[in-house]
Design a protein around this ligand. Structure first.
Ligand code: ADP
Ligand code: MG
Length: 287
């Protein structure tokens, strides 16, 4: 490939909102066998909203907001916002702790209060009623934050983040080009399966801890298969680097944008397909 031709190609794509940071990768795009996506903020809009609260609303939201006001997780913002909209004061929590990939915890009236996924709240007592409700929410593709105080689960907060409007058509276009599509997420298996089904993704790897996302990309690179990864979060940066082609969402964190080879300014998943088309044209012109 001549550097000038690559530069022309990347200049034109920039006008479309596809920033190709490194022209050398264009030839590799044509050899991609699988494309893996982060879920939150990549496949979904990344604007989670609280849809249901189970348990005593005031108690649940007060404790939850008391914890989440110290967290920067998108789920935390949704919970804090919900409490504010209902004018529920956050409880005064002590010893706040963030537990990466699981949730948050702290102390309230001398007992530990925890909020997060089942990995965090596994050891606590839960009633049949709450447990059934937990599964119902997940079947509705809602992420559930489980609230425990002391040894007992006392409430559930269901949070929904809907797929981007561009997701389904983009996935279908990628599949028709013979690519395997994969979702790699920290979220619960059931919720991940539901979202994947909604947009047509073939394979789901769920409940992945942030430090293991890159390893999951490596698993897809068996026998030298070229793999692209699309993501937006801080915890996506290692996976973006390990992938043969890293595609970052323009709305993503600076760290993700830095790690990507391509940046999609418009956050439109159809631009993943356009990137493939474009590189095919450019490489053909060069050869
Ligand atoms: P992802 O962004 O793919 O969901 P994370 O590693 O950020 O991955 O989070 C994994 C899971 O851990 C979340 O889906 C959620 O269940 C739980 N979690 C993480 N942080 C929080 C938080 N601040 N509040 C509630 N749950 C959380
Ligand atoms: Mg994300």
């Amino acid at each position: 490939a001549t550097p000038t031709a690559l530069m022309v190609g990347t200049g034109r794509s920039a006008k479309m909102g596809i920033l190709i940071k490194n022209g050398e990768i264009l030839e590799e795009i044509n050899q991609i066998k699988a494309i893996a996506f982060d879920k939150t903020g990549t496949i979904t809009q990344g604007k989670p909203e609280v849809t249901d609260i189970y348990g005593d609303q005031k108690t649940v939201l007060s404790l939850a907001a008391g914890l989440e006001q110290y967290s920067e997780h998108p789920l935390a913002q949704a919970i804090v916002k919900k409490a504010q909209s209902l004018q529920i004061e956050p409880a005064a929590i002590q010893n706040f702790q963030n537990i990466e990939g699981k949730g948050v915890k702290g102390v309230y009236r001398k007992k530990i209060v925890s909020l997060g996924n089942a990995k965090l709240t596994d050891e606590f007592e839960i009633s049949v009623e709450l447990s059934e409700q937990y599964h119902r929410y997940q079947d509705q593709a809602k992420t559930v934050a489980i609230l425990a105080w002391g040894q007992k689960v006392i409430g559930l907060i269901a949070i929904q983040d809907t797929p981007k409007s561009s997701a389904k058509a983009a996935i279908s276009a990628l599949k028709s080009r013979g690519l395997q599509t994969v979702m790699i997420t920290g979220d619960n298996q059931k919720v991940a399966n539901q979202i994947a089904k909604q947009v047509g993704i073939d394979k789901v790897v769920a409940e992945v801890l942030p430090e293991n996302k890159a390893m999951e990309v490596k698993h897809l690179q068996v026998n030298g298969a070229k793999v692209a990864f699309v993501g937006d979060g801080i915890n996506d940066a290692p996976a973006l680097s390990v992938a043969d082609i890293g595609i970052a969402m323009g709305s993503g964190t600076d760290i993700a944008i830095e790690a990507g080879d391509i940046v999609l300014v418009k956050n439109d998943l159809q631009d993943v397909v356009r990137s493939l088309e474009l590189s095919r044209k450019i490489v053909k012109r060069i050869k």
